[in-house]
Design a protein around this ligand. Structure first.
Ligand code: ZN
Length: 124
């Protein structure tokens, strides 16, 4: 693990100095953008795995390649609550292991030319 980011703010929090709406609280992409800057991460080739709708919306808001829902924690409940659009957009997997397998398979579709930083889609 290279970094750990958290948001101390809560719009309805008890501690006045942390009580605000901010850009880092999920699904706002602030923390992802901060991490991407610090570690030079290409967000268009990055994935988010989570168990809540905010995790999926975070992936979308940060311009990630894909957000995945895992059926762990709150995942099963979230899956039931997903809209048709969300079901089309966000793959649902059983657990983190399956998420890793999905991501590995998907990442092979990103084809890179020499000197290319963006990559183009390639179906096999
Ligand atoms: Zn925050």
């Amino acid at each position: 693990m290279d970094g750990f980011f958290y948001c101390p703010h809560y719009p309805r929090g008890k501690v006045k100095s942390f009580r605000r709406v901010c850009g880092c609280r999920k699904p706002q992409p602030g923390m992802v953008l901060q991490a991407a800057r610090r570690f030079g991460v290409d967000l268009s080739r990055s994935y988010a795995v989570g168990d809540k709708r905010d995790d999926l919306l975070l992936a979308e808001n940060a311009g990630l390649r894909r957000g995945l829902l895992a059926r762990t924690g709150n995942g099963k409940r979230t899956e039931k609550e997903m809209t048709a659009r969300e079901r089309r957009k966000f793959p649902v997997v059983s657990n983190l292991y399956q998420a890793a397998r999905w991501i590995l398979k998907d990442s092979k579709k990103i084809h890179f030319h020499h000197g290319d930083t963006e990559g183009t889609e390639k179906e096999f």
